[in-house]
Design a protein around this ligand. Sequence first.
Ligand code: NAP
Length: 295
Amino acid sequence: MSQIIDGKLVASHIRKELKNEAESLLKLTGKKPGLVAILVGDNSASKIYVNSKSKACNEVGFHSVIKIMENDTTEEDLLKVIKEFNADDDIDGILVQLPLPEQIDEDKIIEAISPEKDVDGFHPISFGNLVIGKETFYPCTPFGIMELLKYYKIDTKGKHVVVVGRSNIVGKPIANMLVQKKDGANAIVTICHTAAPDIAFYTKQADILIAAVGKANLITKDMVKDGVVVIDVGINRIEDSNSAKGYKVVGDVDFENVKEKASFITPVPGGVGPMTIAMLLTNTLKSFKQKMNIK
Ligand code: NAP
């Protein structure tokens, strides 16, 4: 019987702590941590993400700005806006909601964000620091996974972690965080991707399996060993005639069957997802404290 890793619960604890700290900091400094979310275009999923990030900001007592720009915004215009927010003392974190319209080079935009305000942790300087084990802004989803492992006291030292997926926002950073010679990490890490002839060969060896692929039910019961810890990052919509919306959201793991073998498992929704915004707020507070020189 597996234990469910409750990301909603852990995220709510983190948000409560952030709210308390923001209140104390407001008394101390008269200022609030500030986050700007920049949305270019009218992608409906992006709008939902940006609004929920802004709502979460307000709930913990941060200053929140949403900057909406037209779909035909030029790269130059977006760079100008980023430059303004880089210089804005009320803003501690800048997030540009991805994906961007095709006329804009995402890498250029990410690199234009000041590394001091890079609360998404996507800037090459943040990522470089992560790889060499220096203190930095960790990308929010991998950071959330690390917090879940810590909260449930899941030992990673010397454990074989298999990560399926090598994106810059999940697979590569989580693999690099877990391999660090540090408490809460120190794991043996394998990364799988589409060039693996048979991912089951690797997933069966995992003490901790992290699936960050975007393919519903890719990981099945026969692909894991007994006692595995399963972290499911995937968010996939599948048809569901029983739901009023006509679909439901599932992860990359066949949850119902895999949970029979797992020692711990994250559900989707309610596992990794809620942690991502909690860690974005954590990074924003960290940036604010760095600016104010507060330990
Ligand atoms: P991504 O950029 O599309 O990367 C997917 C990775 O999976 C790629 O490295 C790809 O390999 C690999 N892959 C695809 N099919 C595979 C297969 N059959 N076998 C082995 N590897 C395979 O995706 P992402 O941005 O990392 O996101 C992954 C999932 O996590 C998505 O469902 C996304 O919605 C979700 N997500 C959730 C959160 C959250 O807050 N919970 C945050 C971010 C992402 P190649 O490199 O070889 O193409």
